[in-house]
Structures are given as structure tokens and as C-alpha cells.
Design a protein around this ligand. Structure first.
Ligand code: PLP
Length: 398
């Protein structure tokens, strides 16, 4: 646990002690440790945590405690953060477009061996900045078709076609580099079958190129549970990966990787916000789409929320509310409806759960608002208590 960390037994104690008028990230290290251990136990290969998803040290420390030693890093600062914090960690440079300086530093200073490429010019860059590819594994990122129900399809920006991937593998080999193949089915992928069909593409590329890769990386995309979204259990995704691997009959020398972000951290952090004003069924809160809740503008998922009040009890009846962010920008409106007791009032707190992925990592400083307070909480998060009902039970902290 981080030095100077404030630790609370439950969310009620956070509210009682801090009475925060600013947003507070509540990190549940036990949940993160559990998530990491479960993933590592189930996945048939190395689990690379996608640092971009949540690079906060408290999150990284919990994942490390849970056994994560491999990290998907997509920038030089991420590589430095991991390599300098954890001596026994392995970092992989998984961004398909890198500056020459970043490649050179990653190679020379941090000894990084794996680099993703999806274009012939990037491969050339890699060759030129790394002593002609000595000890380098060029991991070819393939594009995959959009899977049913995937919330973020990442192939729009990155990824080589099957034919381009074959050409890249051959060229890298010719240049004297080791090779690998990677893909990303898209974030919050609701269809486990996407991993099997993407691995079949990998199989076709390997056969066509006539090259045995050093590694095959099935990427991230493993989903988290949200208030309105119940994905199949992780076991089904792992089965789908195993089935894909079985179909393409990789030699046992080939290392298998995955790069989960969301599935490891979403459930491990909640966000405590305060109601600054109520206007009918609109709640003006102290965080919004320029802060921790930006991801909600680009997706349909809704995090569960519950009311936290210091004293006096709360109504048993629920209604839906809209939430308005703190900035002066009129588009700073949190999409979707939140089910909370009918008597929400100014000064109440709301705990928004499942906020560990792509929240603090992408928050801006717009309008002077920047969520940056982190505490550790040892109770069960809201989602653990959510049923199909209209809202999570409220908490009275008196
Ligand atoms: C290359 C790569 N790997 C892994 C991830 C993590 O994805 P997820 O959080 O969906 O597991 C991302 C997310 O953008 C990514 O771009």
C-alpha cells in the first residue's frame, strides 16, 4: 500500500471524515488483487496489464500484488513508470505509431524487446532505431472485423490486413528480427467468439507467411459488468481463446499474451461525488464529462450508483435523474439516467461505481476542475450489491 495512503473501512467513513466537496476516487485494492489473480489463473499465457486504462500508482501496486508482472505500455512515460517502479516487471511497447526518439530510448535505456507495428514504414523505423533489430520482436498488429456488441472498435485507426500482415512478417524476418502477431477485438467486447475468429485469422496469416511467430497476443477487450450490461463470464472468453488456439495448432514454443485493461480495474475503483444543486430531476454534481465520466459519452454503458447521506435516512422510492457536470460548458451533461431515491438533495453524496477504467486516466483540467483525490476503501463496492432493481441501496453515514 502506498505510503501516506488514507485507508477507510467503508464508504460511510470516507464521507464522515472528509465530507468532500471535491470528487474522491475510492480504490478497493482487495478487488484489484482478486481480479488480477483470477485473470492470471484462468488465462493460458502471460497477462499484460494495459497501463493506459488506469496508471495510478495505487492501482498498479494492487495489480502487482495480485501477481501482474507484464505490462502493455504505449508510450515512453508509461514504460519509464513501470520499469522504474518494478524491477522484475516486463514492459512491451504496444503502440503501432511511435516517435523515433521513443523507440531509441525504450530500446537503449529500458531494454524493451517487443514493439507493435502495423505498417512497413514503422517496421523500417524500428529497424533503424534499434541496432538493426537486434533482440527485437516486431509484433504485427492485425485488424479484426467489428465484433457484435463491442463498444469501442479499435481497428478503425490501427491494424494491418491479412495480406499486409503476411508482408510485414516476411519483411521483419528478412531484416533479421523475431516476430509476433497481435490483435485487439475492441474494448468491452460482449462476444467471446470474437477471440476465436480473430485467432483463426492469425492462423491463416501464419500459414500464408510460413513463419512461426515468437508470440501471439490476443489483446484486451475483456468486458466489465455495468448497471445495464451483463457480459458473459470471463471463463467463456478464456474458453474462446483456448478454442482459437486449439484450432490454429500453435507450436508449444509460441508464447501467448493478452492485454486486459478494463476487466482488471473497472470494478476496483468507485467515484464519490457531491450534489451541489438539485433542479427537479437534474442533479448538478462536482465531476462530469471533462473529468472522470468522459468515457460515458462514447458508449452506452452505465455505472451503478447509490446515494450516501450523512444523517436522516433516505426515501425507499426511486426515480431517474440526469447528472450535470461542474464546468460552465452546457455539453457537460453525463449521458443516461441514474436511479436514486426520490429525496436526493443538495449536499448528498453519490457513489458511482465501476469507474476504474478510463476515468482518472483521461480526465482533463478544463475550467479548473480536476479530480485527483484517491483514498483506499476496504468494503464491497456498490456493484457487488446491485440486483436488477432500480438502484443500489443507499448508505446513511451517521
Ligand atoms: C493495444 C491495446 N491493448 C489493450 C487495451 C486495453 O483494452 P481493454 O481496456 O478493452 O481491455 C487497449 C485499449 O485501448 C489497447 O489499445
Amino acid at each position: 500500500m502506498a505510503k501516506g495512503d488514507r485507508v477507510f473501512t467503508d464508504i460511510a467513513s470516507v464521507v464522515r471524515e472528509l465530507k468532500p466537496s471535491y470528487p474522491v476516487y475510492c480504490v478497493r485494492p482487495e478487488v484489484l488483487v482478486r481480479n488480477a489473480r483470477r485473470f492470471i489463473k484462468l488465462f493460458p499465457g502471460d497477462v499484460l496489464y494495459a497501463v493506459k486504462c488506469n496508471p495510478h500508482t495505487r492501482v498498479l501496486e494492487a495489480l502487482y500484488e495480485g501477481g501482474i508482472r507484464h505490462f502493455d505500455t504505449a508510450s515512453l512515460p508509461e514504460i519509464a513508470q513501470i520499469c522504474e517502479a518494478y524491477e522484475d516487471a516486463h514492459s512491451y511497447f504496444m503502440h503501432p505509431v511511435k516517435t523515433r526518439a521513443a523507440i531509441e530510448m525504450a530500446y537503449r535505456v529500458y531494454g524493451i524487446r517487443h514493439y507493435v507495428v502495423d505498417h512497413i514504414d514503422e517496421l523500417q523505423k524500428l529497424y533503424e532505431e534499434t541496432e538493426k533489430g537486434r533482440n527485437v520482436i516486431a509484433v504485427v498488429r492485425m485488424t479484426t472485423p467489428k465484433a457484435e456488441g463491442t463498444l469501442f472498435h479499435l481497428a478503425g485507426k490501427f491494424g494491418a490486413s491479412e495480406a499486409e500482415s503476411v508482408a510485414l512478417l516476411k519483411k521483419a524476418k528478412k531484416l533479421g528480427m523475431e516476430v509476433g502477431i497481435a490483435f485487439h477485438v475492441g474494448s468491452q467486447c460482449m462476444d467471446p467468439g470474437a477471440y476465436t475468429s480473430s485467432l483463426e485469422m492469425v492462423g491463416r496469416v501464419i500459414a500464408e507467411a510460413g513463419i512461426v511467430p515468437q508470440c501471439v497476443d490476443v489483446g484486451g477487450g475483456f468486458p466489465a459488468r455495468y448497471a445495464n450490461m451483463e457480459p458473459p463470464p470471463l471463463e467463456q472468453y478464456i474458453d474462446a481463446v483456448r478454442e482459437g488456439l486449439r484450432r490454429i495448432k500453435l507450436p508449444p514454443t509460441v508464447e501467448v499474451f493478452c492485454e486486459p485493461g478494463r476487466a482488471l480495474v473497472a470494478t476496483g475503483v468507485s467515484l464519490l461525488v457531491q450534489v451541489q444543486l438539485r433542479k427537479g430531476d437534474q442533479l448538478y454534481i462536482n465531476d462530469g464529462i471533462y473529468g472522470s465520466l468522459q468515457e460515458l459519452t462514447t458508449s452506452d454503458m452505465r455505472p451503478p450508483a447509490r446515494l450516501v447521506r450523512l444523517e436522516g435516512g433516505t426515501a425507499n422510492e426511486f426515480q431517474t435523474y440526469g447528472m450535470m457536470g461542474p464546468t460552465c460548458d452546457s455539453v457537460d451533461v453525463v449521458p443516461g439516467a441514474f436511479h436514486l431515491p426520490v429525496d436526493v438533495k443538495e449536499g448528498d453524496w453519490i457513489e458511482i461505481d465501476q469507474i476504474g477504467a478510463y476515468s482518472n486516466a483521461i480526465a482533463t483540467r478544463f475550467n479548473g476542475f480536476y479530480p485527483e483525490t484517491f483514498v483506499t476503501v476496504m468494503d464491497d463496492p456498490v456493484a457487488a450489491q446491485l440486483s436488477d432493481g432500480p438502484g443500489a441501496p443507499s448508505v446513511v453515514a451517521a
